[in-house]
Write a protein that binds this ligand. Structure first.
Ligand code: SF4
Length: 145
């Protein structure tokens, strides 16, 4: 197996935690599938994912023409087919128009504002093992007294 330089162990992990870490790193079937419901989760019945996947599977970018793109740009509200046209290669000569339209739409919905999002941490202690993160409890954090 190829050595991955980004998989770093810590001597602070318990043997069980280290075993589980290695299992998850080496065996994809041991990983949690984020697309599957886990036990106890509320199940949301919706067909939206299938609808999106159906549209994606049926998308033929080469079928869209310049006329389709122009029509899409004239519509007040874009249909799914309009969006497909705007994503197609036929839209390439219209990038400037699309940028102007996108700016108008953004202004219409959000105004001239900038939103900043930041995660809110209520502790500097996390049980996860993201090697780059200072909140990872297994990282050595230099505390000056
Ligand atoms: S270790 Fe850091 S980046 Fe990873 S989940 Fe915890 S807080 Fe987030």
């Amino acid at each position: 197996m190829a050595q991955n330089q980004f998989l770093i162990d810590s001597d602070k992990l318990t043997p069980e935690a280290l075993k589980r870490k290695h299992q998850v790193e080496q065996d994809p079937s041991a990983r949690t599938d984020p697309m599957e419901y886990m036990e106890g989760m509320e199940r949301i019945s919706s067909d939206i994912m299938e609808k999106v996947l159906d549209q994606m599977r049926g998308y033929e970018p080469q079928e869209y023409t310049d006329a389709d793109v122009c029509r899409a740009l004239m519509h007040e509200t874009c249909t799914v087919d309009d969006l497909k046209a705007l994503l197609s290669p036929a839209a390439l000569p219209h990038l400037e128009e699309m940028a102007v339209r996108a700016k108008q739409e953004t202004g219409r919905h959000f105004g001239n504002t900038v939103y900043l999002f930041t995660p809110l941490y209520i502790a500097n202690y996390c049980e996860n093992y993201c090697v780059y993160c200072g909140f990872n409890r297994y990282n050595d954090i230099c505390v000056k007294g």
